[in-house]
Unconditional design. Structure first.
Length: 208
C-alpha cells in the first residue's frame, strides 16, 4: 500500500489553528494537486483563492466528526474567495467526494467536508474512519453522506471516476519537474563557469 501512497506523512500546510496533521502521501499529494489547480483557476478568473484547512486527517478531537476524520483521506476545508457552492463544485471536479455542510444539518458551522476518492472502488491506500466508505458510496449514489442519506441534487461530475486523483501520474510529473529543475540549475552553473572563464581569459590577454 505504501507504493500507492499509503505511507503516512506530516503534511506541510497546518490547519487554521496552526497545527500540522498526518495523512497518507497520496492524500497529501492530492491536496497539493488541488492547490495547484486552484492557483490556475485563480489566474484564469483574475481572482485570489485560498484553500484553508479547518480539520485535517487523523484527528479525533471533534465529537461531531467521530468516525470520519479519525484516520486518512478526510478533511474539512474552506476556499476563501469562492462561495460554498462554487467550492463544492471545484473540489468535486478535483476528485474529492465533497459535501457542503450547513448549520441546519448538524452541530457545525459552514464548511466543505471532503474525502479523497480512492483509486479503485473502496480500496483506500491507508486506513480511513468507519463512516468514510459509506460517505463515498453516498457520493457515487448522489446522496448527502449523512445518516439521513437524502438525495443530493447539486452538481456531480459525469463520470465521477474520471476525476479520481492519479497518484502515480503525479509522482511521475513531480520527478520530471525535479529533473527539469536540476537540468536548469546545471545549465545556469555551466553558463556561470563559461562566463567566468571568458573574463579570466580577457584579463590574462590584457596583461600580454
Amino acid at each position: 500500500m505504501a507504493g500507492d501512497g499509503g505511507r503516512i506523512i506530516l503534511y506541510t500546510q497546518p490547519n487554521i489553528y496552526g497545527t500540522r496533521f498526518n495523512c497518507s502521501a497520496r492524500t497529501g499529494a492530492h491536496l497539493d494537486s488541488t492547490k495547484r489547480a486552484l492557483a490556475k483557476r485563480a489566474a484564469k478568473d483574475g481572482k485570489t483563492y485560498t484553500l484553508r484547512i479547518i480539520q485535517g486527517c487523523y484527528n479525533s478531537s471533534v465529537d461531531a466528526s467521530a468516525g470520519t476524520h479519525d484516520k486518512d483521506a478526510c478533511l474539512d476545508v474552506q476556499i476563501v474567495g469562492m462561495t460554498w457552492a462554487e467550492a463544492q463544485r471545484f473540489l468535486r471536479a478535483q476528485g474529492w467526494a465533497a459535501f457542503w455542510r450547513k448549520p441546519s444539518q448538524g452541530p457545525w458551522s459552514d464548511h466543505i467536508h471532503m474525502v479523497s476518492l480512492p483509486p479503485y472502488k473502496l480500496a483506500f491506500v491507508a486506513p480511513v474512519g468507519i463512516y468514510v466508505p459509506g460517505q463515498v458510496n453516498d457520493y457515487y449514489a448522489k446522496l448527502n453522506g449523512l445518516s439521513s442519506h437524502l438525495p443530493d441534487k447539486s452538481w456531480h461530475p459525469d463520470p465521477i471516476k474520471a476525476t479520481i486523483f492519479n497518484y502515480s501520474v503525479w509522482i511521475e510529473e513531480l520527478t520530471a519537474r525535479e529533473r527539469l529543475r536540476n537540468l536548469t540549475k546545471r545549465a545556469l552553473d555551466l553558463k556561470a563557469t563559461i562566463d567566468a572563464t571568458k573574463r579570466l581569459i580577457a584579463r590574462l590577454a590584457g596583461k600580454n
